[in-house]
Design a protein around this ligand. Structure first.
Ligand code: SF4
Length: 367
């Protein structure tokens, strides 16, 4: 029997009511019914499921037409992703919070650390519009950082924030102005374009955006980090201009300084708080969500008395009915019969069945 097989860059993540196939090469995802996942695990043997032949053939053409699966000429062994879930990169991205003047040497220590750790992505976050971002950019001009994102408070003549120096701006990919009077999107430059967005949001609204579908990341590095822990915080360092290293963006807890935590003359280990190693599959609600390997949610999970994890606030997505807040048929967790607290995680199947029925009218069936 020939077995239909997913391409190795196509990964299935299971949710409560449906699954997704994430295409890490084309950076997109496809919803699939749970029956299709089952068929894939059985090798699409039509003879075994004769009664469902038509459904199986539909599934088969869906997978082949969307270039998600193929019939290999020989049998593959194993999963190429299995042994590549870690990399030599110790710090994959950095948030530099600019709220004070820098201490002498601290910027140099930060750039040295990021280069040693293999970090290529930097987000510079300014709390005051009068701070000079170009001076900071200059200090990274010789570094290995490949992509820089700026987050800057809005001011009149906001574009003056950026200099005309092509060299200085070459690595900037996105500039976000928060506290803007209205929403606006621009592209600057000809050869190398810089995307600029003006958002009428406060800094905390911007940093703690509840996750939406457009935030999902369907790429290989993100997927691999999601197999090791929280892909938003894992291998992310948050530092200020004095070289203080923060545990997360919420608590303002300082775990040390760049100089003390990462001595320049030694091999260092980047020790992060325990929650950064917690997989979404270990957190109530997220564990039943089909987006768990592509979701950059930055809420910090809390440990429950029994050692498992939960979130104190609710996501905009309800994975038990497959609906986003604002979508027709959406109901929150409680109304869907799902309770998630510090002491309890329960699903009332009867209430949930009614919520699913109400959420999906005939023309929107989960199929
Ligand atoms: S339930 Fe969890 S994994 Fe799913 S979208 Fe919300 S935060 Fe992301």
């Amino acid at each position: 029997m020939r077995r239909l097989r997913l391409y190795s860059n196509c990964k299935i993540t299971s949710g409560y009511v449906r699954d997704v196939i994430v295409d890490l090469e084309r950076e997109k995802f496809f919803f699939v019914p749970k029956g299709l996942t089952l068929m894939l695990s059985k090798g699409f043997d039509v003879t075994e499921f004769e009664a469902y032949k038509e459904v199986i053939l539909n599934y088969e053409s869906f997978l082949i037409e969307n270039r998600l699966a193929f019939y290999p000429n020989f049998l593959f062994q194993g999963d190429p992703f299995q042994n590549c879930n870690d990399s030599f990169v110790k710090i994959s991205n950095c948030i530099l919070v600019v709220k004070d003047e820098n201490e002498p040497n601290s910027l140099m220590q930060i750039t040295n650390l990021l280069d040693t750790a293999g970090c290529q992505a930097l987000l510079i976050l300014l709390e005051d519009a009068s701070q000079n971002v170009n001076e900071i950019l200059k200090s990274f001009s010789e570094s290995k950082i490949r992509s820089i994102e700026l987050v800057v408070p809005y001011r009149e003549n906001y574009l003056d924030t950026l200099s005309d120096d092509y060299e200085l701006n070459a690595r900037i990919s996105l500039v976000t102005f928060y506290n803007a009077p209205s929403e606006k999107y621009l592209k600057l430059g000809d050869y190398k374009q810089i995307f600029v967005q003006l958002l009428p949001k406060t800094l905390s609204e911007l940093l703690f955006l509840k996750v939406r579908p457009e935030h999902f990341r369907c790429n290989i590095p993100f997927y691999l980090e999601s197999l090791q822990g929280n892909p938003y915080y894992l291998k992310k360092i948050i530092v200020d201009m004095k070289g203080n290293v923060y545990e997360d963006l919420v608590s303002n807890r300082v775990s040390g300084t760049v100089a003390t935590l990462f001595p320049a003359d030694s091999e260092f280990e980047f020790i992060q708080p325990e929650f950064t190693r917690i997989l979404k599959s270990e957190i109530d609600i997220c564990k039943n969500c089909e987006f768990q390997n592509i979701c950059p949610d930055n809420r910090i999970p809390q440990r429950k008395q029994d050692g498992t994890w939960y979130h104190t606030s609710e996501c905009r997505y309800n994975p038990y009915i497959g609906k986003w807040e604002g979508e027709e048929g959406y109901q929150d967790l409680k109304k869907s019969g799902v309770v998630s607290t510090a002491t309890e995680f329960t699903i009332d199947e009867e209430i949930l069945a009614c919520a699913i029925e109400a959420a999906w009218s005939d023309d929107q069936r989960l199929s």
